[in-house]
Design a protein around this ligand. Structure first.
Ligand SMILES: *[C@@H]1O[C@H](CO)[C@@H](O)[C@H](O)[C@H]1NC(C)=O
Ligand SMILES: *[C@@H]1O[C@H](CO)[C@@H](O)[C@H](O)[C@H]1NC(C)=O
Ligand SMILES: *[C@@H]1O[C@H](CO)[C@@H](O)[C@H](O)[C@H]1NC(C)=O
Ligand SMILES: *[C@@H]1O[C@H](CO)[C@@H](O)[C@H](O)[C@H]1NC(C)=O
Length: 662
């Protein structure tokens, strides 16, 4: 009975005693928690326990304020206990810095004589290693101190009264998922979790570390067989200690759970306070990664822009010499012409002539429609005179002349900008089968003839200088909106003359319109234009090209044909069939005869343009006496001379084509 009572009492007492000693606490953050703080230790506004901040060579302590009984007073054995906490360590200077923090069990919350540097705020040079310390600590150490036999600068160790760890290992954890050890960097500023568990019966102290985002590893990092009873005194305090070597160190505890005689309650990670953004770290990242990236990006952008500018500059490069400054108002920007013609697209091509290609364009600013003639040349000699001439032609103001608006020069290229003539050139109306619907009637043709004659008169006699067009032909007569003819394409024959265009020969102009004397002496004077104008008259009246290789032998040359028909008194047989009978006989006869007169092989026999205009206006009749030089007796001679002209000029052209290397 007594024994029973004693047993009952003992059991009851034991349970009460164990209940008394089953103390436990869990802090998911330290906001409002009563902690014994000293040194630098503080609780931040958002509930982080900050052990040390940026002050160097300092320490901080944070302890559970009440002492705990770790020992059974009856048996003298140390209770099992379990604790876990989440911490983060951060510094800006990982290379030179160093810090350590520790979970500590000690007889006192205060460490008055402790040194910060290297002693984690727990010991000093005289006390370290003395068994009378009664300190059990688990250190997270980022300093390799040879005097304490540290294995590296990133380790976890169990310290008993000493900083020479009883056991230590590089910071890492066993990943059950990957079945291998995963290294951690204590100084990363990343939150990590640590478990310290002591089994009283087994006398084993286990320390387990893990990254915050993995569950507790099954295999502890450290496992030390040790009986803590010689070390533990009753009661003891539990808490954290930390010290800094250098400045700018932040060691945090985010949450802490402790349990005597049992398993510490798991922390609720989602409730833990947020770590501050490690500004300096971010900044360092910014400096180590961001700034170079930005610099490189800016550099690339810069290079790109420069390249673009250079490319654009090159693309739109022009040749502009000092002497051209006076012609500035007549100069166009290549860039504008490029934009106007959509980059000289084939879609915008109006035609291709012997001198170059003509493109339609709309000027970017004025929205004016223009025709841009692009001429290639490969020499710089004579350019100056040429430009002067172009500009002077630009000053020509006559309603029968296609206005030349200006020019532009690039290396090897010349651009002439003309007013755009929507109806194109006369030859299309005369010869093109497809535009037959737009056939010109005799009145229109006669009007065009008169306007071209007026244009030539203006060039030869009425302007301040004598201008020889040198390339009068139906394809150089452009038709404006009101179906007036306008003479265009000036000066290019001159360009050939200066030898600046490839495939040049001494004689320029178009085969079939070349005055015979031009082939002999190459000298251009107004009578050369009169000759070509004569051919032009025949062209318009007959609706035939000056040379028709497919025609029967006597009819190859238009002049021959008209001349022989005239000789036979059947000149009206040569009139364009497309006109039917819808023409004025006197007018058409006049035009045909005048055509023959003007295209006379002897220059002196040709009339001046002033006379031509008078004939056309009917002011002076064109009598057959005037045409005496074309009488049948001299006819053969003329034919021979004309024939030889053609042969010669054909060979000239053939030569030029060959030498041009096309
Ligand atoms: C570091 O903490 C101490 C103590 O709380 C404080 O006086 C000091 O201003 C803090 N230093 C910095 C740089 O925050
Ligand atoms: C070490 O600490 C003890 C008290 O813990 C103190 O008496 C002693 O003066 C300290 N020694 C040094 C060198 O700081
Ligand atoms: C350990 O510390 C105690 C008390 O401070 C002192 O009496 C003893 O001499 C120290 N032992 C050693 C080896 O320094
Ligand atoms: C982990 O760290 C140890 C020592 O610091 C090193 O020997 C080992 O190679 C590291 N392992 C990995 C996977 O980086």
């Amino acid at each position: 009975m007594f024994v029973k009572f004693v047993v009952l009492f003992l059991l009851l007492w034991g349970s009460i005693a164990s209940q008394l000693n089953d103390i436990g606490f869990t802090y998911n953050g330290f906001g409002g928690v009563n902690m014994g703080l000293d040194g630098l230790a503080q609780i931040t506004d958002n509930g982080l326990l900050l052990l040390v901040n940026t002050t160097k060579q300092q320490m901080g302590h944070a302890f559970y304020p009440h002492p705990l009984h770790f020992m059974s007073s009856s048996t003298g054995s140390v209770f099992s206990f379990s604790t876990t906490f989440v911490f983060a360590m951060f510094t800006q200077f990982t290379s030179i810095g160093g810090t350590a923090m520790a979970f500590v069990m000690a007889p006192s919350k205060k460490f008055p004589g402790a040194s910060p540097a290297g002693y984690i705020g727990l010991f000093n040079i005289t006390t370290v290693g003395n068994s009378s310390n009664h300190v059990i600590a688990v250190e997270m150490d980022t300093i390799k101190s040879p005097e304490f036999n540290d294995i590296d600068g990133n380790h976890v160790g169990i310290d008993i009264n000493d900083l020479k760890s009883a056991q230590s290992a590089p910071a890492s954890y066993f990943s059950d998922q990957e079945n291998r050890y995963v290294n951690l960097t204590l100084f990363s500023g990343q939150a990590m979790q640590l478990w310290v568990e002591y089994s009283g019966p087994q006398k084993q102290l286990n320390v387990t570390l893990a990254s915050i985002d993995v569950p507790k590893p099954t295999i502890p990092l450290l496992s030390l067989n040790i009986d803590l009873s010689p070390i533990v005194v009753d009661p003891m305090f539990v808490g954290f200690s930390s010290a800094t070597h250098t400045f700018d160190v932040h060691n945090y505890v985010l949450g802490w759970s402790f349990k005597m005689n049992g398993k510490a309650k798991e922390l609720t990670l989602s409730q833990l306070p947020k770590l501050p953004r490690f500004g300096p770290k971010k900044k360092s990242k910014m400096f180590s990664v961001g700034v170079p990236v930005i610099v490189v990006t800016l550099l690339l952008v810069f290079i790109f822009i420069i390249q673009f500018i250079v490319k654009t500059k090159k693309k739109f490069a022009e040749v502009l010499e000092d002497w051209e400054s006076e012609y500035r108002p007549h100069r166009f920007k290549y860039r504008d012409l490029y934009i106007a013609t959509k980059g000289f697209k084939n879609n915008e091509l109006l035609g291709t002539g012997g001198f170059g290609r003509v493109y339609r364009g709309v000027l970017p600013r004025s929205k004016a429609e223009v025709a841009v003639k692009r001429v290639s040349y490969n020499s710089t000699q004579g350019e100056r005179e040429f430009v002067a001439e172009i500009v002077s032609i630009g000053k020509l103001r006559n309603r029968n002349i296609v206005p030349l608006l200006g020019y532009c020069r690039r290396k090897g290229e010349l651009f002439l900008v003309y007013d755009f003539m929507p109806n194109g050139s006369l030859d299309k109306f005369l010869f093109d089968q497809t535009t037959i619907g737009k056939m010109l009637n005799w009145n229109q043709r006669f009007r065009i003839i008169k306007s071209v004659a007026a244009a030539l008169l203006y060039l030869h006699e009425e302007w301040e200088k004598i201008v020889v067009h040198r390339d009068v032909k139906s394809s150089n007569v452009l038709i404006d909106k009101e179906f007036n003819g306008r003479l265009g394409d000036f000066g290019l024959a001159r360009l050939y003359d200066h030898g600046t265009v490839p495939q040049t020969t001494h004689v320029m102009g178009t085969l079939g319109y070349l005055a015979p004397e031009l082939c002999r002496n190459g000298k251009a004077n107004p009578s050369v234009d009169v000759f070509a104008f004569g051919i032009f008259l025949l062209e318009v009246a007959c609706g035939r090209r000056p040379i028709e290789p497919q025609a029967s032998k006597e009819c190859v040359l238009l002049v021959d044909w008209v001349l022989s028909s005239w000789g036979k008194g059947m000149i009206l047989d040569t009139v364009d069939r497309k006109l039917g009978m819808n023409y004025e006989v006197e007018e058409i006869e006049l035009v045909l005869k005048l055509g023959l007169l003007c295209s006379h092989s002897i220059p002196n026999a040709r009339p001046y343009m002033r006379q031509v205009v008078r004939y056309l206006e009917g002011e002076v009749p064109l009598s057959d006496i005037t045409l005496l030089g074309l009488s049948t007796t001299t006819n053969d001679k003329t034919l021979v001379s004309l024939g030889s002209t053609v042969t010669r000029s054909s060979s000239v052209v053939a030569e030029s084509v060959l030498s041009g290397g096309r």
